[in-house]
Design a protein around this ligand. Structure first.
Ligand SMILES: [Ca+2]
Length: 344
């Protein structure tokens, strides 16, 4: 795991301690800076009408992909799931199943991602990332670091149901030693079961931190990491309070300032712009699974900022990068989701 990722995760932990959501903290934005989706809920919304259009697009021989894209890529995931409910009511059929039987390849995978409830989708992605010979820790970081606490709780619940194993156990079993504690800690952002605090231990930890000099974070992070990952949140707050009493420094602020200078993690949009870059310019061609996940998970959050930063950083538009690496209905659908469709 790269140093960047560890830093990113540390910020996440700290902000969780300080009571903010992952999104607040990773955003780390200047006041006034906003997150702008490229996909908004459509009003007025007529799920029956949309279901009928989809039915007509798939019924009988052939498929009208344009209609499928027109409807599904201009509705939010929540709206798509409502359309699926209506589809079931009206035709007694599973919309996703029908879509899968009418399409193929990456387009089919994209539609599946668009039609899967969020918690289930991310549970799948996490499980998949841990399945191969090598665990894809980048995917774990991407998901666990950028989801809000309540989302992680939902993902854990679904994961347990789907895979009959806890996400935490799989993380322990499938990640390297360096990454393990971090991953488990990220997945446990909301644990409240262990809030016992001990003032003597807090003082010992605070003293240890003061000794290594938290101001020299770049030099030695091990002791800090150990404390951050092992203590419960309440205990950590106590440690930080003791540290402040001892040294006069607000450790949360110190650590945050230190991290804030790392340009790469200054804001979440640039983090995602880099992930996009990696996946469209990677040595192994487009990693479509990642491309799909990035588009589907950010188009309703901050895709507009990601596109802006992508263009500034890489001198070409994200749309052009996607065009150069994809084709057909798959490409059309991706572009519409990022607000770059033909008539957008
Ligand atoms: Ca058909």
């Amino acid at each position: 795991m790269t140093r960047k990722c560890i830093l990113l995760a540390l910020i996440f932990c700290l902000n969780a301690i300080l009571g903010q959501t992952a999104q607040d903290c990773l955003g780390n934005e200047a006041p006034g800076e906003t997150k702008t989706p490229t996909l908004f809920p459509i009003y007025p919304f007529h799920p029956e009408r949309d279901a009928a259009i989809l039915r007509a697009a798939m019924y009988g021989i052939g498929t009208n992909e344009d209609d499928i894209i027109e409807v599904l890529a201009s509705r939010t995931k929540e709206q798509r799931l409502k359309i699926a409910e209506k589809f079931k009511d009206l035709y007694g059929k599973d919309l996703l199943k029908d879509l899968k039987s009418e399409t193929s390849g990456d387009f089919k995978r994209l539609l599946k991602a668009m039609m899967t409830p969020p918690a289930e989708y991310y549970a799948n992605e996490l499980n998949r990332a841990m399945k191969g010979a090598d665990t894809d820790e980048d995917v774990l970081i991407e998901i666990l670091c950028t989801k809000a606490n309540h989302e992680i709780v939902a993902i854990r619940r679904v994961y347990q149901t789907l895979y009959k194993n806890s996400l935490e156990n799989d993380l322990v079993a499938r990640t390297s030693n360096t990454a393990q504690r971090l991953m488990v800690s990220l997945c446990n952002v909301c644990r409240d079961d262990d809030n016992i605090t001990d003032i003597t231990e807090a003082r010992n930890d605070a003293e240890a931190l003061a000794k290594i000099g938290v101001l020299n974070l770049g030099v030695d992070q091990t002791a800090l990491n150990n404390i951050l990952y092992q203590r419960n949140w309440k205990q950590l707050q106590l440690i930080f309070k003791e540290y402040e009493k001892m040294t006069g420094y607000d450790i949360g602020k110190v650590i945050k300032n230190e991290f804030a200078v790392t340009r790469s993690i200054k804001n979440q949009a640039s983090f995602f712009a880099r992930l996009f870059r990696k996946c469209v310019k990677g040595f192994f061609g487009t990693k479509d699974r990642t491309l799909i996940r990035l588009v589907v998970s950010r188009c309703e959050v901050d895709m507009k900022e990601i596109k802006k930063i992508y263009e500034i950083q890489y001198g070409e538009t994200l749309a052009d990068a996607i065009k150069g690496d994809t084709s057909g209905d798959y490409q059309k659908c991706l572009l519409k989701l990022i607000g770059e469709g033909d008539n957008q």
